[in-house]
Design a protein around this ligand. Structure first.
Ligand SMILES: Cc1ncc(COP(=O)(O)O)c(C=O)c1O
Length: 316
């Protein structure tokens, strides 16, 4: 994977090689950081880089930081401006992935969240697909359970909690599956290792509620809007049993990284026909048009980088 050329680090944009932390850094030892994942989409016809819903991403990022008692003098708008400066410095004319990271920079021993000094860094790299096959994943239900809200809140994007995701993902891939689907403590479906989950059953789209230990995905909310308003499919947020997914007509993952990835097999059972279903196919097409800034109705979700001040992403 290519490294970035630049980073926003300790309050300014510096060459990436200068963005370094010491090996004693608190977050490196205790997982006390938070991060975000945002995509920029290059639109060749418009000669424009569109960042998808940056304000919503930075709002969640600052919310995750708040869960870990981090205080920053930045707003969503301020972070969007910093991001745009970074992307202009990188001069990207390609799709890219953006990673804001907030971490406790103190080089000390002692596990806690108070009396520490948070720092912020942002980097971006050119980026394509996150999973090998967005059109037909074979996934498995993981034997690992999702972290519970009273253990490590899944609604925060907390670095330490990604050990949970990594355990599930590696087990799944070493067993020959493309991704893991993780259950919560009740045995209901929670989400994938780094993506939210939907099934289509009897014409209705169902996705686990935010109280089932999921990350409150920005793509999830986007998908819910597009399903209802563009595809005409009703959406229910409700607990999903494990065996329901084996009987679903369609299933897919969604997230900034994975975008919309069709799930065509779960634990060796075909989902529906065993091929990507019509709702997923239509949703993928609509989603890719929307994120690339090709649908006037949703241009307010796409913030153009190359024209002076950042355009407003719509507050959620
Ligand atoms: C655990 C987890 N769930 C869901 C998502 C999807 O969230 P979003 O759509 O905001 O990228 C991600 C990706 O960031 C994730 O890491």
């Amino acid at each position: 994977m290519a490294l970035p050329n630049f980073a926003f680090f300790r309050g300014r944009i510096v060459p990436y090689g200068e963005a370094k932390v010491g090996v004693m850094t608190h977050t490196l030892h205790y997982g006390t950081g938070v991060f975000g994942g945002i995509r920029g989409y290059w639109n060749e016809d418009e000669n424009q880089l569109f960042v998808f819903r940056p304000h919503e991403h930075f709002r969640r990022f600052l919310g995750s930081a708040k869960l870990l008692c981090m205080e920053f003098p930045y707003s969503e708008e301020g972070l969007t401006r910093i991001l745009f400066d970074l992307l202009k410095t990188e001069n990207f004319r390609t799709d890219c992935y953006i990673r804001p990271l907030a971490y406790y920079a103190d080089e000390i021993i002692g596990v806690r969240l108070h009396d520490l000094h948070p720092e912020l860094a942002i980097i971006s790299i050119p980026f394509g697909s996150y999973v090998d096959d967005e059109e037909g994943l074979h996934i498995t239900v993981s034997s690992w359970r999702r972290v519970d809200d009273n253990m490590i809140p899944a609604r925060g994007k907390i670095t330490g909690a990604y050990v949970n995701s990594a355990l599930a993902k590696t087990d799944a891939q070493r067993s020959g599956f493309g991704e893991a689907l993780v259950l919560n403590q009740d045995g209901h479906i929670s989400e994938g290792s780094a993506e939210n989950f939907f099934i289509i059953r009897r014409g209705v789209a169902c996705t686990p509620p935010v109280t089932d230990n999921i990350l409150e995905g920005i793509t999830r909310r986007t998908v819910m809007d597009l399903l209802r308003d563009e595809i005409g499919v009703e959406v229910e947020e409700r607990a999903i049993d494990r065996t329901e997914i084996y009987l679903a007509d369609e299933a897919f993952f969604c997230g900034t990284g994975v975008q919309i990835a069709a799930i065509t097999k779960i634990d060796h059972r075909p989902v529906g026909s065993g091929r990507m279903g019509p709702v997923t196919a239509q949703l993928r097409k609509t989603y890719f048009d929307v994120v690339r800034g090709r649908v006037a109705k949703y241009l307010h979700w796409c913030a153009p980088v190359y024209q002076g001040a950042p355009a407003a992403g719509t507050p959620a």
